[in-house]
Design a protein around this ligand. Structure first.
Ligand code: CAO
Length: 486
């Protein structure tokens, strides 16, 4: 009798939480999808409800009703689930009792508080602690699998299977579940390798094409391997959710970090193929008469596109490491550039008048432009050039970005309050949706929502929660007392 009550409570909680999702699935079964449109062509898009009459920004959030079982750690996976949370998904982060995501304790700046590494990647989520290898913990996890729409993980290859959460097991419990993974490599010789950011930057072709020709390969400060792949995974998840509306079933989504980096470095694979047909004329090494090898070289600060560019010194460069500007000699504004830098004769000189004529002289051209930029601050150069539509970009320090009022105004840089560390800055949603507002919330404390999730999401009664807790599945094993341990 007690058992059936519990089951009822749990299915009631699940039913309530799936209300929105079910509404959406219903659309998939509608026959309207196949009826021809008025113009006679087949209707290919899904039937939609009538446009909401609510004002924009008041019709909920893009991912309302989507519940994510977040098994991610470090950076790549958490980036993905934070974005989903920013867009309205209910993200439940499962963490190891007592320890949590390893980044909580990495690069600690405020003693006793979760690190910025953790807080800046786990906003808008709820945290539950579960020992996924404890029999009772496994039981709770199975219930969560049934209650969620998406499972996201970025464990080392095979770790999820070792927990017993194989695709078959998950899919038997919940055929609608989307199982999304970040791994270092896709199927192939390296599929079993553990991978961190810089390994991916190296294996994805970014490092070999970054830096100066006469120096070693370089990694970039932007976390294209971790955050870049998290972003790719988020897109895969949203696409799988959309497909599920039609198929009613989940699928596996894989974003390999090597693939993600290569996708971001695709212009260099473009150049690799162009090499077969002659030198890469927009690379400054061409103008310097240095022959090309058989692989794309590092190109320093050359522009990756068809419009030559370089980083130039500005006023104050002797003491300020960021007193520089990126200057692009875009062809349509060449004449304006010549006038600005005091070289009007270049407008008609055959050596400078056309882009191909300029290519062998880029080094000298940029040196001349730099004589002009060095007389002005980077912001003055920006202001003057913008008036003439000349594309330039100041090299902004992280200090300048942190203090930039326009980024605060758009919610790209947000200050949040944390009960232990106090106020900190984080990056809000970089993707702005006009009908899905984003309110950035602080990251959760370890296990902060354990009780709430067990009762409200899974429908467990208080006595059952107490029993699970007593089993040790949700808490770290007690450390033996020193006297006993000795
Ligand atoms: N309860 C019990 N055990 C748990 C647990 C929980 N709640 N959460 C995790 N664990 C266990 C895992 O089951 C695993 O155990 P086994 O090895 O016995 O199966 C163990 O913790 C460690 O997991 P891991 O191997 O993923 O972690 P790691 O620190 O050794 O490696 C990393 C980290 C990032 C190299 C690896 O996870 C990886 O390669 N991930 C895929 C690529 C990726 O995302 N890299 C980006 C990292 S961000 O720079």
């Amino acid at each position: 009798m007690a058992k059936s009550k519990k089951t009822k409570a749990r299915s009631k909680a699940r039913a309530a939480s799936k209300k929105v999702a079910r509404k959406v699935v219903k659309l998939a079964s509608s026959k309207k999808a196949k009826t021809p449109a008025r113009n006679g062509s087949a209707r290919t898009s899904l039937p939609l409800p009538p446009p909401s009459k609510k004002p924009y920004g008041q019709a909920g959030k893009a991912l309302d009703g989507v519940r994510v079982l977040d098994f991610t750690h470090v950076q790549s996976g958490p980036t993905c689930t934070q974005l989903l949370a920013y867009m309205g998904a209910d993200v439940i982060k499962v963490e190891r009792p007592g320890v949590g995501d390893i980044t909580r304790g990495q690069l600690v700046d405020v003693k006793g508080a979760d690190s910025l590494y953790f807080t800046m990647l786990n906003g808008n989520k709820r945290s539950i602690t579960i020992d996924s290898k404890h029999p009772e913990g496994k039981r709770v996890l199975d219930e969560l699998v049934k209650a969620c729409d998406v499972l996201v993980e970025n464990f080392a290859p095979g770790a999820l299977d070792r927990m017993g959460l194989t695709w078959e097991h998950i899919h038997k419990l919940n055929p609608r579940m989307i199982v999304a993974s970040v791994k270092g490599f896709g199927p192939g010789p390296y599929e079993d390798c553990k991978v961190y950011e810089n390994v991916a930057q190296c294996a994805g072709g970014a490092a070999s094409t970054t830096g100066f020709r006469d120096g070693p390969p370089l990694v970039t400060g932007a976390q294209i391997g971790d955050s870049g792949t998290g972003l790719h995974l988020a897109l895969g998840i949203v696409a799988a959710l959309y497909q599920r509306i039609r198929t009613g079933r989940g699928q596996k989504v894989l974003a390999a970090m090597q693939d993600g980096v290569l996708n971001l470095a695709r212009v260099k694979l473009r150049d690799q193929q162009r090499l077969k047909h002659g030198p890469l004329k927009e690379y400054s090494q061409y103008g310097e008469g240095i022959p090309f090898g058989d692989a794309v070289p590092r190109a320093g600060n050359d522009s990756g596109g068809g419009q030559p560019g370089w980083i130039l010194k500005c006023k104050g460069w002797e003491t300020d490491p960021n007193a520089y500007i990126y200057f692009i000699t875009q062809a349509p504004v060449w004449e304006a550039i010549c006038d600005l830098i005091g070289k009007p004769e270049w407008k008609t000189d055959p050596d400078y008048v056309t882009p191909p004529a300029r290519l062998p002289r880029l080094k000298q051209i940029f040196a001349t432009i730099e004589e002009w930029t060095m007389t002005k601050t980077k912001f003055e150069v920006m202001e003057i050039c913008n008036k003439h539509d000349i594309p330039v970009g100041p090299i902004l320090s992280m200090k300048e970005i942190a203090e930039e009022p326009s980024l605060r105004k758009t919610g790209t840089v947000v200050e949040v309050d944390h009960p232990v560390r106090g106020k900190y800055l984080t990056v809000g949603n970089p993707i702005k949706l006009s009908d899905s507002p984003c309110e950035v919330k602080r990251s959760p404390l370890l296990g902060e929502h354990t009780d709430e999730i067990l009762t409200q999401v899974l429908g467990f009664k208080k006595d059952e929660v107490a029993r699970i807790k007593a089993s040790g599945a949700l808490t770290a094993p007690e450390k033996p007392e020193k006297s006993k341990a000795a």
